[in-house]
Design a protein around this ligand. Structure first.
Ligand SMILES: C[S@@+](CC[C@H](N)C(=O)[O-])C[C@H]1O[C@@H](n2cnc3c(N)ncnc32)[C@H](O)[C@@H]1O
Length: 339
């Protein structure tokens, strides 16, 4: 047996929650591979990562950007791990970002978590503590290999990496307490369909967290992209994250390419995503920015406590405010609870 192709213990233990991404029937373990009990399709493991990626199968294939985005992230895994990253520095850095810190503190122990589009798995590696089980999925093997190496180097037990297309899930419906997809759906041809597809994997009363580029929050990035395009990428200093990142050129480069050279991105509004939740019977719990003017995320914010009704006019003002104060490349986050 090849030692680089060992199926993760967590996957063996939780094989019941997997399904065939082709025919949605049950999968079983066959040595170091997974096999569909119905269509007999075999899914091999490479560098310990089961390869359950199936291409998107849409009638309107013009919409489909999966292959284009896959090619891009296979050569530009994101986010980049610093040369000196270990679990202590990853935890420190993640806690510096208040949202990740609150998530880590407030996601109950024992939760089954799925991350769709985990990239190099920094969030999943950070959240995999105690008796939580984290399945971190992405379509790019290059990113997953980096994620898995970090897990091995730091002996992180409760996370398993799986190659999956979020439009063709390899998990049964209703098996996760929490599904997270941060910075991913806007790089797909149909973010709303992506949302509906991964929502199916959430248990009743479970949570979904979606992070997307904001229509107004992204305006300054679009202006900078235009400047970079016409100047041959001079003035990178205009991007405050590039100028703040001091550790490695590779890390700066990964951020720059992700923000300015991405082959596809769409932009959205909070109002639009709240409508998605409404249409799918999901209760709005929290958003960042909050739907209330002059209320901000703080150490005391309870992420999973419903924020309550929002005022549409106030929400519009909050959204317009993102023009002037875009955070992290013009990003917003919505948390919902499935009914
Ligand atoms: C900007 S990165 C975000 C990584 C990570 N979530 C983060 O916040 O740092 C976007 C990731 O989405 C993944 N992705 C895009 N479309 C996908 C799809 N259809 N299925 C699975 N992963 C996808 C890409 O491979 C890439 O790693």
């Amino acid at each position: 047996m090849n030692n680089d192709n060992r199926l993760d213990g967590l996957i063996r233990k939780k094989i019941d929650i997997f399904c065939c991404p082709k025919c949605t029937q049950k999968l079983s373990v066959d040595g170091e591979s997974l096999v569909c009990q119905s269509c007999t399709q075999q899914f091999n493991t490479s560098n310990d990562i089961p390869q359950l990626f199936i291409p998107t199968d849409w009638r309107n294939s013009k919409e489909d950007v999966t292959e284009k985005i896959k090619d891009f992230y296979e050569t530009t895994p994101f986010p980049n791990y610093d040369e000196f990253d270990d679990i202590a520095s990853l935890r420190q850095k993640s806690r510096d970002g208040l949202f990740a810190k609150l998530l880590e503190e407030q996601i109950p122990m024992g939760y089954n978590i799925l991350e769709c589009g985990c990239g190099t798995g920094q969030l999943s590696n950070f959240l995999a503590v105690g008796n939580r089980s984290v399945f971190a999925t992405d379509m790019c093997m290059n990113s997953l290999n980096l994620a898995h190496s970090f897990k091995l180097q730091n002996d992180i037990q409760n996370v398993a990496f799986v190659q999956m297309n979020l439009f063709r899930p390899c998990f049964a419906e209703g098996v996760f307490d929490l599904v997270v997809s941060n910075g991913v759906l806007h790089h797909t041809g149909n973010p709303h369909l992506g949302f509906e597809t991964i929502l199916k994997l959430v248990k009743p009363k479970g949570y979904i967290i979606i992070g997307l580029y904001h229509k107004y929050g992204r305006v300054l990035t679009d202006i900078r992209r235009f400047i970079f395009n016409i100047t041959g990428d001079r003035f990178k200093i205009l991007d405050s994250t590039v100028s703040k990142l001091t550790k490695t050129e590779a890390k700066k480069d990964a951020w720059f390419k992700d923000q300015y050279k991405n082959p596809h991105e769409s932009k959205h509004t909070l109002m639009e995503v709240l409508q998605w939740l409404d249409n799918s019977g999901v209760t709005f719990v929290k958003s960042i920015p909050k739907t209330v003017l002059f209320e901000y995320l703080t150490e005391d914010t309870r992420l999973f406590e419903p924020e309550g009704e929002y005022d549409k006019f106030e929400l519009r003002v909050v959204e317009l405010g993102m023009l002037a104060n875009p955070k992290e490349g013009g990003f917003f986050i919505v948390i919902g609870q499935k009914n």
